[in-house]
Design a protein around this ligand. Structure first.
Ligand code: M6R
Length: 605
C-alpha cells in the first residue's frame, strides 16, 4: 500500500514529485509528504489527508532543488496524521517506504537502548535511524548493513544530505520501478507517474539496490555486486492515466469496458478457438488434473466464484474459489495434480502473492490472470495471462473485473477442450458469442439514465441485500461489494436460498433487495425467494436478461440487459450493478474514486 516516488535531474523536483504523487494516490491517501535536497540541506513538507492538502502546503513553502523523494500513505502503523507521514528522517537521511517492517518493535527497542529517540509511531522510522547508525560516508554500505536487519517488505527511496548528485532505492516484496529519462531519472511504485516523462523502465527485483544520478543508474544484487539490467519499454500510454471528460475515473473505466473486454478477448481467442500461446501445460497435464483452485481477494475472488460454476459445468472438473488470505493459512491439501489460478488486477496483492508462492512450493501448476505486466504475481506464476484493461485508477474495480471474467471463461473453454470435456461445437459457440459481449455491454451503458433514476430513489437507504443463486450469487457478492465500498451503505450479497435460514429476520418494510436472475435454469427458484421477501415488506429490484422479463412476475422494478448464453451472461449482468453503485455514491456526494479507509493496491496482509 502507499506510493513512493523519486526524481533527480535538471528540473525543479517539487512539481514532478507532486504530479507523481497524484498519479499514485490511489495506493493510499491518508497523508502525503516530500523531501527535496538543496545545497546539502533537507527540506521536508508533509500534510495529513489527500495530496491536495500537501499541494496547498507546498504552495506556501518555497522548496528548491532538483533531487527529491515523495510518499502517499495508507496508514498501517500509527494514525493518519502529519507526524506519521513520510518521509522519515535522521541527520543525513530522508526515507520513503512502501511495505511493512515486521520486526520494527525489536529494532526500535534496541535503538532506544542506544539513546536514539523516535518521533512517529511508524515502523518506517527505524530505517533512517539505522541508516544513520550504519553510515560512515558510504551510502551503499549503510543500505547494505541496514537491509540485513529488516524483516518484512519494503520499497525504499533514500536521499542522503552528503550526496547532491545521487539518490538510492532498494526493494524486497514491494514493487519498485526506475524510470529512465534524458538527463533525468525517476523511481516509482508503479508506471503511472512515469508515463508523463518516459517509456523506458528498469524493473527492480527483490534484494536489488540502485544508485541513481541524472545520467546513470547502477543496480546491485543482494551481495552488492553491480549487475546489468534490461531497460524495458513501457507499453501503456499516458492517456490511460487521465480522467478525460469524465468526472470520475470509475465512470471512465466503466465506459471503457466494451473496448478493453474486446481487446482482452481478442488476445486469447482466434477463429472460434480459445488460444493460450506458449502454455507450458499440455493435454496430459490438464487431463490429469484432480481439481482447480481459483484464488483472489475482493472482486478477484468474485470472478473466481462465478467461474467456478463454469469450470464444473463445462470443463467437468472440481473447482473451488478461495479467498487468498484464507487459502494461505488453511492447510489446503495441494499437490502436483492441482491447478491454482491466481487472479489479481495489480499483480501485487500480498495475500494473493503469498497464496501463489505457497501453491507453487507445494507442487501445484499455477496460472495467473493479471492486469499489470512485470508485476510480482505475473512473474512468479508458471504462466501469466495479461488482461488488457489498461491502467485502472478508481479503487473500485470495474473494467479489470470484466476482463478477468471473460479471459477466465476462455481459459475454462481451453481446459475443457484439452480434457475433451466439452464439444468443439459448444466451445466455438461460446467463443463466437463472447465476441458479441462488447456490443452488449455498450447497450447496457445506454441504460445509464434508468440506473441514475433508480439510484436517486434508493440513495438514502442504510442497508440492502443482493440475492442470487450459483453464478448469480457470485455476481451478488460483487454487486454488494461495489455498492458498499463507495456508498458506505451496508450491503450484503447472499445466496437467495440461504436467506430463510436466519437472515430473513432482517427483512422489514421497505428493506431493499436486489434479485439477480441471469438464466432460466434457476429463475423460478430465485423468484420464489424474492416473493418471500416481498411478502415481508421488502422493495425488490430485479436484474434479468430481456428474454426473461415477462416470466418474472410483479416486482417494484425490473432492470433488463441483453441476453447471452448462461456461460457468458454474468459479464453483462455485472455492468448495471457497477453503474448503479457509481450513481448511488454520486447522489450521496462521496469521493467515488478514493473511498475512505481504502487503497487500490493492498500490498500488506
Ligand atoms: O489488485 P487485486 O485484483 O489483487 O485486488 C484485489 C482486491 O483488493 C480488489 O478487487 C478490491 O476488492 C476492489 N477494491 C474491489 O472493487
Amino acid at each position: 500500500m502507499c506510493g513512493i516516488i523519486g526524481y533527480i535531474g535538471k528540473s525543479e523536483a517539487t512539481g514532478i514529485l507532486l504530479q507523481g504523487l497524484k498519479n499514485l494516490e490511489y495506493r493510499g491517501y491518508d497523508s502525503g509528504g516530500i523531501a527535496v535536497l538543496n545545497r546539502n540541506k533537507l527540506q521536508v513538507v508533509k500534510a495529513k489527508g489527500e495530496i491536495k492538502c500537501l499541494e496547498e502546503k507546498l504552495g506556501k513553502s518555497n522548496l528548491k532543488g532538483s533531487l527529491g523523494i515523495g510518499h502517499t500513505r495508507w496508514a498501517t502503523h500509527g494514525k493518519a496524521n502529519e507526524i506519521n507521514a513520510h518521509p522519515h528522517c535522521s541527520k543525513h537521511f530522508a526515507v520513503v517506504h512502501n511495505g511493512i517492517i515486521e520486526n520494527y518493535k525489536e529494532i526500535k527497542e534496541s535503538l532506544a537502548m542506544s539513546g536514539i529517540t523516535f518521533e512517529s509511531e511508524t515502523d518506517t522510522e527505524v530505517i533512517p535511524k539505522l541508516l544513520e547508525l550504519n553510515y560512515s560516508g558510504d551510502v551503499l554500505q549503510a543500505i547494505r548493513k541496514t537491509v540485513k536487519l529488516l524483516e518484512g517488505s519494503y520499497a525504499l527511496g533514500i536521499i542522503c544530505t552528503d550526496h547532491m548528485e545521487s539518490f538510492y532505492c532498494t526493494k524486497k516484496g514491494s514493487p519498485l520501478i526506475i524510470g529512465i529519462g534524458e538527463d533525468e531519472n525517476f523511481i516509482a511504485s508503479d508506471i503511472n507517474p512515469l508515463l508523463h516523462y518516459t517509456n523506458n523502465a528498469v524493473y527492480m527485483e527483490d534484494g536489488e539496490t540502485a544508485e541513481i544520478t541524472a545520467n546513470h543508474v547502477a543496480v546491485f544484487d543482494s551481495s552488492f555486486a553491480e549487475i546489468k539490467k534490461e531497460i524495458k519499454t513501457i507499453q501503456l500510454h499516458k492517456s490511460a492515466a487521465d480522467k478525460g471528460d469524465f468526472e470520475h475515473f470509475m465512470l471512465k473505466e466503466i465506459y471503457e469496458e466494451p473496448a478493453v473486454v474486446k481487446a482482452s478477448l481478442h488476445s486469447v481467442t482466434d477463429d472460434g478457438d480459445a488460444v493460450f500461446t506458449d502454455m507450458p501445460f499440455g493435454e496430459a497435464d490438464f487431463k490429469n488434473l484432480s481439481r482447480i483452485y481459483i484464488v483472489g481477494c475482493g472482486s478477484a475472488y468474485h470472478v473466481g466464484l462465478i467461474a467456478k460454476y463454469n469450470f464444473e459445468k463445462v470443463a467437468k472438473i472440481p473447482a473451488f474459489a478461495e479467498y487468498a488470505g484464507e487459502f494461505r493459512y488453511a492447510d489446503t491439501v495441494i499437490d502436483e495434480s492441482c491447478l491454482v489460478i491466481i487472479i489479481s488486477q495489480s499483480g501485487e496483492t500480498a495475500d494473493s502473492l503469498a497464496a501463489l508462492k505457497q501453491a507453487k512450493e507445494m507442487g501445484a501448476k499455477t496460472i495467473s490472470i493479471v492486469n499489470v505486466p512485470e508485476s510480482s504475481i505475473a512473474k512468479m506464476s508458471h504462466y501469466n495471462i495479461l488482461t488488457l484493461a489498461g491502467a485502472e485508477v478508481a479503487v473500485a474495480t470495474t473494467k479489470a473485473f470484466s476482463c478477468q471474467l471473460c479471459v477466465l471463461n476462455m481459459l475454462c473453454l481451453y481446459i475443457a477442450r484439452q480434457r475433451n470435456a466439452c464439444t468443439e461445437v459448444f466451445s466455438e459457440i461460446a467463443v463466437n458469442m463472447s465476441r458479441l459481449l462488447p456490443k452488449k455491454i455498450e447497450r447496457v451503458l445506454l441504460k445509464a439514465d434508468e440506473l441514475k433514476t433508480l439510484a436517486k430513489k434508493i440513495k438514502d437507504i442504510d442497508r440492502c441485500f443482493f440475492l442470487g443463486r450459483n453464478v448469480d450469487f457470485g455476481v451478488s457478492l460483487e454487486g454488494a461489494l461495489k455498492l458498499k465500498e463507495i456508498s458506505y451503505i451496508d450491503c450484503v450479497g447472499y445466496p437467495a436460498s440461504e436467506l430463510k435460514h436466519g437472515t430473513i429476520s432482517l427483512i422489514e418494510k421497505d428493506t431493499v433487495c436486489f434479485g439477480l436472475i441471469s438464466s432460466n435454469d434457476l429463475l423460478s427458484k430465485t423468484v420464489s425467494n424474492l416473493t418471500e421477501v416481498t411478502a415481508r415488506g421488502a422493495r425488490v429490484i430485479v436484474f434479468a436478461p430481456e428474454s426473461l422479463a415477462e416470466n418474472l412476475g410483479q416486482f417494484e422494478t425490473v432492470i433488463t440487459y441483453p441476453d447471452s448464453i448462461p456461460f457468458l451472461t454474468p459479464s453483462i449482468e455485472v455492468i448495471p450493478l457497477q453503474l448503479l453503485a457509481y450513481y448511488v455514491a454520486y447522489e450521496r456526494g462521496l469521493p467515488i474514486d478514493k473511498p475512505r479507509n481504502l487503497a487500490k493496491s493492498v500490498t500488506v496482509e
